[in-house]
Design a protein around this ligand. Structure first.
Ligand SMILES: [Zn+2]
Length: 404
């Protein structure tokens, strides 16, 4: 254990809490581009004033969404930030975080508030502005308190994680291919445990165009898109019965119109979660067969948008080795940490699919994320910074053992 580093981290407590409050008050909802830009400015300034590095910004393409009228609309997102230190090092660590939150520009949840002496509420305090602070504190401790630095590190901060990291995906893949281990700073579970295996996730929008007609005078000349979609949805839902490991959630429907018109438009949005690539293939096959049934209906036209954007993240042997690394660090620090499988997913899924083993819940302890009850425990800022520092230190000593 590196006492000097741990003492230095403990001394930062007030300052870390103050920064988190400042950052929580910057609304950075995924589609609030100016807000995400302000967040990027604040983080870039913070990093460049503490490390000898300058950030690079990348513009991302707008996200495409299906509107309630079946049109494809573009939703612009903010910039992505990258930093790279000692890129020539033999072992390179990728540290990832997202700058966006789920709280839109006009959300009622805009400011931090103190819940009790050790608990802070606020947008993004856990997910994951607190995590970004943990990341940067561990890195500072590494730069200050490790003498022979064998590690190079890259930071990628994306603006669109909460909406699926579609635009940032190529950057994540590129970074994964040029580094040896990933550290992602999503919040831990409320009890401090970390995510083990994660499920994969796909989001889809199914648009059915029929033909409008007078419901009384010429019903049979029309093509009822609502009825066709309803049958397709029943078939989609039957995927839930195929395997315990697959869920399909019919999430939102729109379309239709007045009672006396055969409706010519119906739209359904749905999400699928899977535990393995085999289940993903099964689910994709199921969706394709429902689609082809619809396409065979005479007089209709159909569009399917979306797909799997988060591959499953199984507990591979490389992952197990990293779990062991984290356990050995946490037991030295006397922190109680285990790993638990979860249905949620994050950029850690995409990094592993791109070949990079990673731990993805290294951020603060907190909970009720994605709601206006979001909170974090302030003492976890230094606790988790020590944990990540310890991981970096062990990798610095013996990367080939842990990353074999
Ligand atoms: Zn998050």
């Amino acid at each position: 254990m590196n006492n000097a580093a741990n003492n230095w981290i403990a001394d930062q407590h007030q300052q870390l809490a103050a920064t988190l409050k400042e950052w929580s008050n910057i609304n950075s909802g995924s589609y609030h581009v100016a807000g995400v830009e302000r967040m990027a400015d604040a983080i870039q300034e913070y990093i460049e004033s503490r490390f000898e590095v300058s950030g690079k910004r990348f513009a991302l393409p707008a996200l495409q969404q299906v509107s309630n009228t079946g049109q494809l609309i573009e939703r612009p997102v903010g910039p992505l930030l990258k930093f790279s230190v000692r890129p020539e090092a033999e072992t390179r660590i990728l540290l990832c975080g997202h700058m966006d939150t789920v709280f839109p520009e006009d959300s009622e949840f805009q400011q931090w508030h103190q819940i009790d002496a050790n608990t802070l509420g606020g947008p993004g305090v856990a997910d994951m502005k607190g995590g970004i602070i943990v990341m940067l504190t561990a890195l500072q401790a590494y730069e200050r308190h490790v003498d022979n630095k064998n590690l190079g590190w890259d930071i990628v901060l994306n603006p669109d994680e909460e909406v699926g990291s579609i635009g940032s995906a190529p950057h994540l893949i590129d970074a994964a291919q040029n580094t040896h281990m990933g550290m992602v700073f999503e919040p831990s579970m409320p009890d401090g445990w970390l995510a083990g295996a994660r499920r994969g996730s796909g989001n889809y929008s199914l648009v059915v165009h029929g033909k409008a007609a007078h419901a009384g005078r010429e019903y049979h000349a029309g093509r009822n898109s609502v009825a066709a979609l309803a049958q397709a949805m029943t078939k989609l839902d039957s995927l839930n019965a195929l395997s315990d490991e697959i869920t399909l959630n019919l999430a939102r429907i729109s379309g239709g119109g007045p009672n006396n018109i055969v409706p010519d438009l119906a739209i359904c949005h749905f999400n699928i979660r899977v535990g393995s690539l085999e289940d993903q293939a099964l689910a994709e096959q199921h969706v394709a067969s429902v689609l082809s049934d619809l396409e065979n209906l005479e007089g209709y036209s159909v569009e399917l948008h979306g797909g799997f954007t988060r591959p499953p993240k199984p507990a591979t042997s490389q992952q197990e080795k990293l779990f062991e690394l984290v356990r050995s660090c946490s037991s030295e620090l006397d922190i109680e940490i285990g790993f638990r499988a979860t249905g949620g997913c994050c950029d850690g899924n995409n990094l592993l699919a791109a070949g990079l083993p990673n731990i993805d819940t290294l951020g603060v302890r907190g909970g009720d994320i994605h709601s206006d009850q979001e909170y974090m425990h302030l003492d976890s800022l230094s606790e988790r910074s020590k944990l990540s520092f310890s991981i970096l230190e062990k990798l610095n000593q013996n990367a080939s053992f842990w990353l074999s």
